[in-house]
Write a protein that binds this ligand. Structure first.
Ligand code: AMP
Length: 391
C-alpha cells in the first residue's frame, strides 16, 4: 500500500482526530443491536492510545440531513465505548462553539454526529478547519465513507498530516493487492437486486476473474438476454443490451460466465407464496426469487476449486426464509473452502454472520459502495487525500 498508516507517523503525545464508522444499527429504544463497527475500530484506537496520544473520535450516524435529530445522537455509542475501553469516553455535543479544553494523554472524546451539520457533507472548508483545529494528526479508519468528499474525510486533510488506520489498511490490502494479483482460479459472485448498480463492477471484474457468477434480481435480465422467458421477474429493460454485451465480452475474454440455470419461483412476492423450481423458462405470472438447487450445486463446484473468491450481493430474496437457500448455502461453502475469501455488501456480510462463518472469511469489507467503487478501479477521494508513503 502506498498510503501512510498510523505506523508511519510519530503519534507520541499528539492529539489525534480519527474518522471512524460508528453508523451502528439500533432498535426503537436506541439500544445498539450490533456493535461490530465499534469493536472493529478498537485495534486502531488502542494502538493510538498506546502511543500516549489523546484521541478525538468522529463519525456520522444515520441521515439527519444537517439537523440535530435526537434519536441519531452518538450518546449510546459513547456509552458502549466507555464499557469497551474501560475508561470514560465523553460525548462532546457542541464542538463548533465549545472550547474543548486541552486533552490529557490517553483521554478519549467522541464528537456528536457529524451529519448534524450540513457543512460536513458539503465539505465546507471552515467546518473542516474547525475539526482540524482540535488535533495535530488526522487518521481515517472509515472505509465506508472513503468514496465521499466530506469535511471529515477529505476537507480536513488539507490542514493536518493524514494517515490511515488499520481497518483501511486491511481493506486496501485485500481489495487492492489481493484482487490485483489474485491466486487462480479467481471466482467472483455478484448478486443483489439490480444490474444498474452493478454493471460497472461486473465489467471491471471481467478483466480479473476466471469465473463470474451472476445471482439475485439481475439474473433475469441476463436470462432474457440469453433468450429465456422470465415471467414477472425483476427486469431492467434499459440494461438488456448491456447484459447481452457482457455475455459477449465474457466469451471474447475467455471468462466463464455462470448465469443461473434453474430458479426457485413464486406466484407472488411473498414468503408464503406458492413456489416451485424450474429449469430454464419461468412461466407467466411467476417471479424468480432465488437460484435453484442445480445452480447451487454448480456454484459449489466452482467455489471448491477456487483459490480466490469475491462475493457481493445476495443470490435471492434472502430476507424471506423460503428464498434464502441460495444465499445461505453460498455463505456456508465460503466458510469451508481453502481459498482467500473476500465478502462485501451489507446483505452478504449479514448472511455470512448469520451462518456463523464470519471468522472463516479472509476479509469482510466494511464498505459497500466504497468497496464496489474501489474494485471498479475508481479513485476514492478519502483514500487519495491520505499522505503517500515516503520511499
Ligand atoms: P442490492 O442492494 O442491490 O445488493 O440488492 C439487495 C436486495 O436484492 C435484497 O434486498 C434482496 O432481497 C434483493 N434480491 C435478491 N434477489 C432478488 C430477486 N430474485 N428478485 C428481487 N429482489 C431480489
Amino acid at each position: 500500500m502506498d498510503k501512510q498508516t498510523i505506523r508511519d507517523i510519530d503519534l507520541k503525545g499528539k492529539r489525534v482526530i480519527i474518522r471512524v464508522d460508528f453508523n451502528v444499527p439500533q432498535d426503537d429504544d436506541l439500544n445498539i443491536t450490533d456493535t461490530t463497527r465499534i469493536e472493529a475500530a478498537l485495534p486502531t484506537i488502542k494502538y493510538i492510545l498506546g502511543q500516549n496520544a489523546s484521541l478525538i473520535l468522529m463519525s456520522h450516524l444515520g441521515r439527519p440531513k444537517g439537523k440535530v435529530v435526537k434519536k441519531l445522537s452518538l450518546e449510546p455509542v459513547a456509552k458502549e465505548l466507555t464499557c469497551l475501553l474501560d475508561q470514560e469516553v465523553r460525548l462532546v455535543k457542541d464542538y463548533i462553539n465549545e472550547n474543548i479544553p486541552g486533552l490529557h494523554p490517553g483521554e478519549v472524546i467522541l464528537l456528536e454526529n457529524l451529519r448534524f451539520h450540513s457543512e460536513e457533507k458539503a465539505n465546507d472548508p471552515q467546518f473542516a478547519n474547525k475539526l482540524a483545529d482540535l488535533a495535530d494528526v488526522y487518521v481515517d479508519d472509515a472505509f465506508g465513507t472513503a468514496h465521499r468528499s466530506h469535511a471529515s474525510t477529505v476537507g480536513i486533510t488539507k490542514y493536518l498530516p493524514a494517515v490511515s488506520g488499520f481497518l483501511i489498511e486491511k481493506e486496501l490490502d485485500y481489495l487492492g493487492q489481493t484482487l490485483s494479483h489474485p491466486k487462480k482460479p479467481f471466482v467472483a459472485i455478484v448478486g443483489g437486486s439490480k444490474i444498474s448498480t452493478k454493471i460497472t463492477v461486473l465489467e471491471s471484474l471481467l478483466d480479473k476473474v476466471d469465473t463470474l457468477i451472476i445471482g439475485g434480481g439481475m439474473t433475469y435480465t441476463f436470462c432474457k438476454g440469453e433468450g429465456w422467458l422470465i415471467g414477472d421477474s425483476l427486469f431492467e429493460e434499459s440494461y438488456l443490451e448491456m447484459a447481452k454485451g457482457l455475455i459477449e465480452k465474457a466469451k471474447q475474454k475467455g471468462v466463464e460466465l455462470l448465469i443461473p440455470v434453474d430458479h426457485m419461483i413464486a406466484d407472488k412476492f411473498d414468503n408464503d407464496a406458492r413456489t416451485k423450481v424450474v429449469i430454464g423458462d419461468i412461466p407467466d405470472e411467476f417471479i424468480g426469487m432465488d437460484i435453484g438447487p442445480k445452480t447451487i450445486e454448480l456454484i459449489n463446484i466452482k467455489l471448491k476449486r477456487a483459490k480466490t473468491v469475491l462475493w457481493n450481493g445476495p443470490l435471492g430474496v434472502f430476507e424471506m426464509e423460503n428464498f434464502s437457500k441460495g444465499t445461505f448455502s453460498i455463505a456456508k461453502t465460503l466458510g469451508e473452502i481453502d481459498a482467500v475469501t473476500i465478502v462485501g455488501g451489507g446483505d452478504s456480510v449479514s448472511a455470512i454472520k448469520q451462518s456463523g462463518v464470519a471468522d472463516k472469511i479472509s476479509h469482510i469489507s466494511t464498505g459497500g459502495g466504497a468497496a464496489i467503487e474501489f474494485i471498479e478501479g475508481k479513485k476514492l477521494p478519502g483514500i487519495e487525500a491520505l499522505n503517500n508513503k515516503v520511499e
